[in-house]
Design a binder for this molecule. Structure first.
Ligand code: NAP
Length: 434
């Protein structure tokens, strides 16, 4: 029996699905000893720090991750950062293969004047802030204004807009970070405007997310019926399935009886951000008005401004670079997951960019693992692992993580929450008994 040592860097969905594909590929004559390295004291990646807290069903995939982690031949090395506590060469020298599943954590920039003003944030910071990511607890989120503008027409923009437009009591039964619930309770924001640069038919939202909006109990959801009808006319009688489904869902929002809640979430299409105005902090955003001519989105040359105190851009992500790995266009340079000339592989958003839902990573990882197995040498390297390099370092193992997990869940139980997340690294380590 040959046992190959595989290191996986990044304990998000893509990393776990890669581990699962390895476990499923074990046979009578070869197995895989998996070491998963994660910079945070907690695993699960975006399932913990990305998925919106009011979407608990999506997080149930964490049960699958725990099954993988406890299936045997799997070790978690949490609180271990590549580049600081370990170098990539430490892994490539010791392991038969190294899988990089570090995702895309940096928010793409709008690249417009005023983007760095106080009150202009990226969803890449705002989302982990409300999800208790320890690196974002001190984020300055000014909510003392009436209006917030969210840029982008994807599911992240939708999550951000919904979180800002919800009645905060709706978050009581969720695992939203305590600091975020407190701040949102005090929030003066009553109007959230989501601005898409193209038309309704081009939006990257998925229809279940749109269909959820009319169920919001304390928020008026507004879309311009004329914009939706114009989009329907443009796409004709037989649009693509996803486009049809989105336009149908938007139609339901338009047809919905008007409500008169204190809070409003508005969708505006065909607006490109040009400049964010303000001296010390954001006071308004200027947007170019677009139109669709011959199927193309073009500028009308006209502009409009929206007075607001907060702008959150949710326009995509890029991978945070790791020394020793080559990146281009915000992702790792790779061919079908292989990192040329090395024993490294990549899966998930680090490999293909920030697209797809959590489940997309399952098929993606299993394709890459097939190639990895093809490439393995006849005999394992047998060159040790990272344990001796981490002597004296506080490592969160699977059992420490299970203690953290149990403590968070126990804290949430009497409050009717799935968990109360610890947002501080020291507190997380303390809960783990470290
Ligand atoms: P996304 O789906 O790619 O959407 C990005 C949006 O940003 C697009 O509407 C894009 O418009 C817009 N955009 C890009 N550059 C822009 C610019 N310079 N100015 C204005 N708008 C700009 O990305 P995402 O929302 O970050 O989501 C990432 C992935 O995670 C997606 O696959 C998403 O479905 C998934 N996700 C899923 C869920 C869920 O299942 N509930 C929740 C969150 C995220 P153009 O189309 O015009 O480029």
């Amino acid at each position: 029996m040959r046992t190959y040592r595989i290191a996986i860097v990044g304990a998000g969905p893509a990393g776990y699905f890669a581990a699962q594909a390895l476990q499923n590929s074990a046979s009578d004559d070869q197995t895989f000893a998996i070491d998963m390295i994660e910079r945070l004291p907690t695993p699960w990646g975006l399932v913990r720090s990305g998925v919106a807290p009011d979407h608990p069903k999506i997080k149930t995939v964490s049960k699958v991750f725990e099954k993988i982690a406890t299936a045997g031949n799997f070790r978690l090395f949490g609180n271990v950062e590549l580049g600081t506590d370990l170098q990539i060469k430490d892994l490539t020298d010791r392991y038969d293969a190294v899988i990089v599943s570090t995702g895309s954590s940096l928010g793409k920039k709008l690249g417009i004047p005023g983007e760095n003003l106080q009150g202009s944030l990226s969803a890449a910071d705002f989302v982990p802030w409300y999800n208790a990511h320890p690196d974002f607890t001190a984020l300055d989120v000014p909510l003392d204004c009436d209006t917030a503008v969210v840029i982008g027409a994807g599911n992240v923009a939708m999550d951000v807009a919904r979180m800002l437009a919800l009645e905060p009591h709706e978050l009581d039964a969720t695992d939203t970070a305590n600091h975020a619930i407190e701040a949102l309770r005090k929030s003066s924001i009553r109007r959230v405007i989501l601005c898409a640069r193209r038309g309704p038919e081009h939006a990257a939202f998925t229809s279940p997310e749109l269909r959820e909006l009319p169920k919001l109990e304390h928020t008026n959801v507004l879309m311009d019926g004329n914009q939706i009808s114009a989009a329907r006319d443009r796409v004709g009688a037989e649009p693509e399935k996803d486009v049809k489904s989105n336009l149908d869902a938007m139609g339901l929002i338009v047809e919905r009886e008007k409500t008169s809640h204190e809070r409003t979430l508005e969708f505006e299409f065909l607006l490109t951000p040009i400049e964010i105005h303000g001296t010390d902090r954001v006071t308004e955003i200027a947007l170019g008005i677009n139109e669709i001519k011959d199927g193309k989105v073009v500028s009308t040359g006209q502009t409009k401004t929206i007075k607001c105190g907060l702008v959150v851009s949710a326009i995509g992500y890029e991978a945070a670079p790791i020394e020793g790995i080559t990146y281009a266009n915000g992702k790792i340079v790779n061919t079908d997951g292989r990192i040329s000339g090395t024993n490294m592989y990549t899966v998930g958003w680090a490999k293909r960019g920030p697209s797809g839902v959590i489940g997309t990573n399952k098929s993606d990882a299993s394709e890459v693992i097939k190639l990895l197995i093809e490439d393995l040498p006849k005999e394992p390297k047998n060159n040790g692992d990272v344990t001796e390099l981490l002597q004296g370092h506080t490592v969160v193992t699977q059992s420490h993580w299970e203690a953290i997990n149990a403590a968070e869940v126990a804290q949430g139980e009497p409050l009717g929450k799935p968990r109360v997340k610890a947002a501080d690294r020291h507190e997380l380590l303390r809960l783990g008994g470290l």
